[in-house]
Design a protein around this ligand. Structure first.
Ligand code: SAM
Length: 183
């Protein structure tokens, strides 16, 4: 089974999925920005919201070829970078790094977040939203279903991401980087 994502499946509930990035964007909507990156852009839904707010936003980064291909189709004039965000280092420092529902996939947030902060301009913003949903009924049901003998060969059927931290741990990590933190 491929490790890649399925953009069609991901876009099935696009309207509902777009609510968190729209709310995140509303928190930073008054920022003047020239250089913006959508980190873990997926199939481009969050990028489309960013483009409405800042038409010059152009860079998107994702580690999934299928998701990037879908994003490219949706937004042909953006620049797409196939890369793991742990290694991402843009040529120019960024005004906004936007990461909706992507950073929770990192096994190493303690090094990833300081790395991302280093990619920001003075006064730049890292805007991130991470779903804390592993204990929601949807995820219980996925794990129960995946445990059925019928699916025993599907090693990727279960969640493979770590739980998100308590919010004060993110606060402390970001404050230690000299950030003004709004959680
Ligand atoms: C739930 S989707 C969110 C997509 C988009 N930000 C949105 O709001 O619609 C998560 C995306 O994060 C990407 N992702 C996960 N781990 C990544 C990594 N280490 N580097 C880059 N992208 C990653 C996945 O490929 C996937 O497209």
């Amino acid at each position: 089974m491929s490790k890649d994502w399925n953009p069609q499946h991901h876009q099935r509930f696009e309207k509902e999925r777009n609510r968190p990035p729209a709310e995140l964007l509303a928190r930073i909507a008054d920022i003047q920005a020239q250089r913006i990156t959508d980190l873990g852009c997926g199939s481009g839904s969050s990028t489309a919201l960013l483009r409405q707010a800042w038409p010059q936003a152009e860079i998107t980064v994702d580690s999934s070829p299928a998701m990037l291909a879908a994003a490219q189709e949706k937004l042909p004039d953006c620049r797409f970078v196939l890369q793991d965000f742990h290694d991402w280092q843009p040529q120019m420092q960024q005004d906004i790094v936007f990461a909706n529902a992507s950073l929770q996939w990192s096994d190493t947030p303690q090094t990833l977040l300081p790395h991302l902060i280093r990619q920001l301009n003075q006064g730049g913003v890292l805007a991130a939203q991470m779903p804390d949903n592993l204990d929601e009924p949807s995820h219980f049901l996925m794990r129960d279903t995946a445990a059925l003998p019928k699916w025993k060969n599907l090693t990727q059927a279960t969640d493979s991401r770590p739980p998100v931290w308590d919010v004060d741990r993110y606060y402390d990590l970001l404050a230690a980087q000299g950030c003004e933190v709004d959680v």
